[in-house]
Design a protein around this ligand. Structure first.
Ligand code: AMP
Length: 461
């Protein structure tokens, strides 16, 4: 998954982009980059593996002059975790330098790449975003925008893009709108970012969300809407609201905090825990859900688990190695809250079940009399093909075990998952506007490599 941020029309564009990326760090912790375009139209880039705070300093930001900048934080979901895949990408294009930051996964990336390689394209990375650049460059269309359109019409899947050609900044959201993008105003300039928390940190005012299929350009300080991409049914990623986005953001027009509280309330209605003494969250992602559960059930909300914030997500690498040790480093129990109590533990989701299993062991060791696990979303039965880092069918516990089996595996007294209907209702608006493939198997695009007989499609990368 990724976070993207862009600024135009403001002298300290790189510094503002640094702040924007800082607030989007949760969307990707493997690498980050900023590319600025100076007054003469030359690009300046810094892309490194690591966290935003480790990569940039006042000195490195001074080396990124100009009033246009694009930034990216990356967590690899397609392509490997190497510097060559760090974004934004910069290439020399006939109309000037082209800079691209991409959030989402193209589901036909392998097909596009094979075709481009056959025609002579040489790839420098394994990221699916590079295919887009080759498509733009190879298009027979006469002007930049027609070339962009040509490329986008061949792309399938999720692409929320910030892209500059020379000193023009483009913002594009694919017709299904899997991933969010918002635009704000700051002084005489414009700011775009994956979530509103990135506008807040720089003091920009939210102007609008870029809707599915919309694309616009900002040129000489003016925002120009271009004709929408060919329409498709909207498929906003419901997992953005459940887990991925920050609770202080407004995503898809909804307050993430409000949605999460409502998920918690709905969970308490669907799976109450009569006779329990208290409820607490697995911090921090499910704090608002536990609050909603407490409000609806009348149970006291406690802090039964404490998260060590200094671990950050630097420890979480894409490999499975030592996942158990990482959980112990990250969480600890508050014994006096738990000892002798019948506790309800609220989490937003269960992925592999490894974190949850260890947490339950810790809660039992702290003396809980009963442990009732409540999950504020449905069982994850399939991977995300559109940019969320969820593992393959093999590793997803709910793809391989029933709820009763998961309850026994976790050694909890009871386990309740929120229904899909309850989840979509809490998410607000029209339930049909969401992508919920990871819960329902209803993938809105063809699944690459999927054969009718196989439960597990071969995924791209
Ligand atoms: P596990 O017990 O291994 O299934 O992990 C569940 C925890 O992972 C939950 O507390 C979630 O908040 C968190 N989680 C959910 N989705 C993801 C994701 N895509 N990447 C990392 N963590 C996630």
């Amino acid at each position: 998954m990724c976070g993207i941020f862009g600024v135009t029309g403001l002298q300290n564009a790189a510094e503002l982009t640094y702040l924007g990326l800082y607030s989007l760090q949760h969307r990707g912790q493997e690498s980050a980059g900023i590319v600025s375009i100076d007054e003469a139209g030359a690009t300046h880039a810094r892309r490194e593996m690591g966290l935003v705070s480790e990569i940039f300093s006042p000195d490195t930001l001074r080396d990124l002059p100009g009033s246009l900048a694009i930034g990216h934080t990356r967590y690899s979901t397609a392509g490997s975790s190497v510097l060559a895949n760090a974004q934004p990408a910069v290439v020399n294009y006939h109309a000037g330098p082209l800079v691209l930051a991409h959030n989402g996964n193209l589901t036909n990336a392998r097909e596009l790449r094979d075709d481009l390689v056959r025609k002579g394209s040489i790839f420098q990375s394994t990221s699916d975003s590079e295919a887009l650049i080759h498509l733009i460059a190879r298009s027979d269309a006469r002007n930049v925008e027609d070339q962009l359109l040509d490329a986008l019409e061949r792309a399938e899947g999720a692409y929320t893009l910030l892209l500059s050609v020379g000193k023009t900044l483009y913002a594009i959201v694919d017709p299904r709108g899997f991933r969010p993008l918002v635009m704000g105003k700051l002084g005489d300039g414009w700011v775009l970012g994956s979530e509103t928390c990135a506008l807040d940190i720089v003091g920009a005012t939210l102007v609008r969300e870029i809707q599915p299929g919309q694309w616009l350009k900002i040129e000489d300080g003016e925002v120009i809407d271009l004709p929408d991409l060919a329409p498709k049914r909207h498929r906003r990623c419901v997992f953005e609201l459940i887990y991925f986005s920050r609770p202080d953001s407004i995503v898809f027009g909804e307050s993430v905090d409000r949605v999460r509280r409502e998920l918690g309330r709905q969970l308490a209605r669907e799976h109450p825990a009569p006779g329990a003494d208290c409820v607490f969250s697995v911090p921090d992602s499910s704090n608002a859900m536990a609050l909603g559960f407490a409000e609806e059930s009348g149970l006291p909300l406690e802090h039964g688990l404490i998260r060590n914030h200094y671990v950050g997500r630097t420890f979480i690498d894409p490999g499975q190695t030592d996942r158990m040790a990482k959980v112990r480093i990250k969480f600890n129990t508050v014994r006096h809250v738990i000892e002798g109590q019948k506790v309800v533990v609220v989490d937003d989701s269960i992925v592999r079940g490894t974190t949850s299993k260890l947490l339950i062991q810790m809660i039992r060791q702290a003396g809980a009399r009963e442990v009732h696990m409540r999950i504020a979303s449905p069982p994850i039965t399939g991977p995300c093909l559109y940019g969320i880092d969820t593992p393959t069918w093999d590793e997803l516990i709910a793809a391989n075990q029933s709820v009763d089996e998961i309850r026994d595996h976790l050694t909890v007294d009871s386990l309740g998952y929120l229904s899909l209907e309850g989840t979509l209702e809490a998410a607000g608006g029209d339930p049909a506007r969401f992508c919920h493939a990871c819960f329902s198997g209803d993938y809105p695009t063809p699944v690459p490599g999927r054969s009718r007989s196989s439960k597990e499609p071969a995924l791209i990368d």
